[in-house]
Each structure stands twice: as structure tokens, then as C-alpha cells.
Design a protein around this ligand. Structure first.
Ligand SMILES: Cc1cc2nc3c(=O)[nH]c(=O)nc-3n(C[C@H](O)[C@H](O)[C@H](O)COP(=O)(O)OP(=O)(O)OC[C@H]3O[C@@H](n4cnc5c(N)ncnc54)[C@H](O)[C@@H]3O)c2cc1C
Length: 288
């Protein structure tokens, strides 16, 4: 039987860290888009919820002195989707935010809540891995930084220890000569991805000078193949060599059959989404 949950509204970060327990009996709540659904379905029954709603130091997107971009964990998807700071190489993060669910969820959900929950079908995980983001985690013991690639550990599992809080996400300095794209295939608009591709492409005189690709929703964590990407550097990008990269990525994926699509269907989507994403990035780069 479920018992009553105490809700504490933290006034600042220090109060949030004081209120959370390192045992499994308390949880942070940021946007509440997932926590409330889990509570309603009796899938969680914490003794205490520590609300981050009033922790203003965790909100907002800004450039920091070394040129990197800091996204506070309490930044709503709608703010990320509208950020002009996220351009060029970082536009794939902005696009990923803009393709999450619907306006209601985008106004409610936060980047910290999304990556802490680590739904494999979510849009930020491949975007942050493709962007080579770092996640800043804090607790009463201090801060630590971890690469997005290492943050996502398994199905709905992250590198967070009990009581740890996601403070910020850091993105590399914007490269305005590159283009980031998030190509998402979903059954209907607003659904989680059946499969997604997030990539950053840079071209010089019609040949690829760099490409970073992450596949989403096709396994427990985003999938990358850096060696296969590197084989395209210095090459003209054609449907054939992109399809080949897509097939290599698909071979590294480990999807499941679920309501959003069968595993084999997801694997077929990967090369096709990759070609579409590269074409969109190339069109953008040609115009700029
Ligand atoms: C109808 C619907 C459709 C959706 N569709 C999509 C979609 O298409 N794509 C997509 O990517 N997502 C989708 N989502 C997920 C949504 O985008 C939210 O991001 C997600 O639910 C969690 O964000 P939140 O801020 O609401 O977190 P919450 O629900 O408040 O928390 C989620 C989890 O994160 C923990 N947590 C929260 N903040 C922190 C923090 N700062 N540090 C550590 N732990 C923390 C909580 O304890 C909890 O375990 C959908 C959600 C709904 C309800």
C-alpha cells in the first residue's frame, strides 16, 4: 500500500542537497512530467519529494568565459528549443528539444529530469552524446563532471549515485561552420522516437571534414561508431557511403520490439534517417 509523500520545496541548491536522502526513499522532482506519471501508476512511492522548481540557479542557457555553453538542469525544453545560442554545431541540441512531445510537455519538462530518467527513446541522450556534452553532477560531497557518453549507462540507468543532482550540462564552443541536426522517426507527432539520429556535420569544399553521429532509441544508450565516422572524413558524401555507415551503426545497436516498432524495423530506419539527416545538414551548410 502506498504511503503519503512529503513534498519539500527547496529554496536554493544547498537546501535541495540538505533535503535529499542518499537512501532510496527520496526523489528530486523538476518538471514532474515523468515523476507524476510514475506516482499515479504506483511505480514509485518515495517518502519525500524534493522540488527543484524554485532553485533559480539551475535555470537558463548561457555562454561561459571559455566559449562553452552551459545549460542549467532546470531549463525547460521550450527554452532550449528557442535558444539562439544553440546554433551551428549545437543546433542539433536545439532541434532535439523542439521535437520532444508537445508544447505542454516542453513547457513542463526539464533537461535535467529528462536525462536523469534516461528513457532510451528520449531525444536529448543522442543529442548530448553527438555534441560531446559533459554533465555536471553535484552532491554534499562536491561536484564532478562526466561525459554524456559515460553518463548513460543502461536501460533507464545513469551514472548518478543516490542523492546526486544534475546541476548543469556543458556543450563545446559553437562551431558556426558546422551544422547539427536531429532526425526523429516517431509513430505520431509528439511520441517518443522509434529511432533517431543526431549528428554534427562539417564540410570543406564538398568533402566531409568531420562527422559525429549518435543513434537514439535503438538500444539502452546512444550508439556511436567513431572509426566508421572517420572513414568518411575527406570523402564526398554519397547515399552509398552514408548507407554503409548507417548499416555499421545499425549493427552496433541493440533495439527491442515494443509498441513503437520492432527491433528489425528500427534497424532498417537507421541508415535511412542518417541519409536524411546528412542531406538536411548539407542543405543548411550550402546556404550559409
Ligand atoms: C506525454 C509525454 C510525452 C513525452 N514525449 C517525449 C518525447 O517525445 N521525447 C522526449 O525526449 N521526452 C518525452 N517525454 C519526457 C519529458 O520530456 C520530460 O523530460 C521527462 O518526463 C522528465 O523531465 P521532468 O523535468 O518532468 O522530470 P521529472 O519528472 O521531475 O523527473 C524525472 C526523473 O528525474 C529525476 N530528476 C529530476 N531532476 C533531476 C536533477 N536535476 N538531478 C537529478 N535527478 C533529477 C527525478 O527524481 C525523476 O527520477 C514525454 C513525457 C510525457 C509526459
Amino acid at each position: 500500500m502506498s504511503t503519503a509523500t512529503e513534498v519539500v520545496k527547496a529554496k536554493d541548491l544547498s537546501m535541495a542537497l540538505d533535503e535529499i536522502s542518499t537512501e532510496d526513499d527520496s526523489m528530486y522532482i523538476s518538471g514532474g512530467a515523468t515523476v507524476v506519471a510514475l506516482l499515479n501508476a504506483n511505480l514509485v512511492n518515495p517518502a519525500k519529494l524534493v522540488s527543484l522548481k524554485n532553485v533559480n540557479e539551475l535555470r537558463g542557457i548561457k555562454k561561459i568565459p571559455n566559449g562553452r555553453v552551459q545549460i542549467g538542469s532546470m531549463t525547460h525544453h521550450s527554452q532550449t528549443a528557442a535558444s539562439t545560442i544553440l546554433c551551428g554545431s549545437l543546433s542539433g541540441v536545439r532541434e532535439a528539444a523542439s521535437k520532444i512531445a508537445n508544447p505542454v510537455v516542453r513547457n513542463m519538462g526539464t533537461i535535467g529530469g529528462s536525462i536523469a530518467f534516461a528513457d532510451p527513446g528520449a531525444d536529448y541522450p543522442p543529442a548530448l552524446v553527438a555534441a560531446d556534452a559533459e554533465v555536471e553532477i553535484t552532491s554534499k560531497k562536491g561536484d564532478r563532471l562526466i561525459k554524456a557518453e559515460e553518463f548513460f549507462v543502461d536501460w533507464y540507468e545513469t551514472a548518478l549515485n543516490p542523492g546526486e543532482l544534475i546541476k548543469n550540462i556543458y556543450l563545446p564552443k559553437v562551431d558556426k561552420n558546422a551544422c547539427g541536426v536531429h532526425e526523429k522517426f516517431a509513430r505520431v507527432e509528439g511520441d517518443y522516437a522509434t529511432a533517431s539520429i543526431n549528428l554534427i556535420l562539417k564540410m570543406e569544399r564538398n568533402v566531409c571534414s568531420s562527422i559525429r553521429v549518435a543513434v537514439g532509441a535503438c538500444g539502452p544508450t546512444p550508439v556511436r561508431m567513431p572509426d566508421a565516422e572517420n572513414s568518411l572524413v575527406g570523402e564526398k558524401l554519397t547515399e552509398d557511403n552514408l548507407f554503409e555507415l548507417g548499416e555499421q551503426l545499425a549493427a552496433a545497436c541493440d533495439p527491442v520490439d515494443d509498441v513503437r516498432g520492432s527491433a528489425s524495423y528500427r534497424l532498417k530506419l537507421v541508415p535511412n534517417l542518417l541519409i536524411r539527416a546528412v542531406q538536411r545538414a548539407q542543405e543548411y551548410l550550402l546556404k550559409t
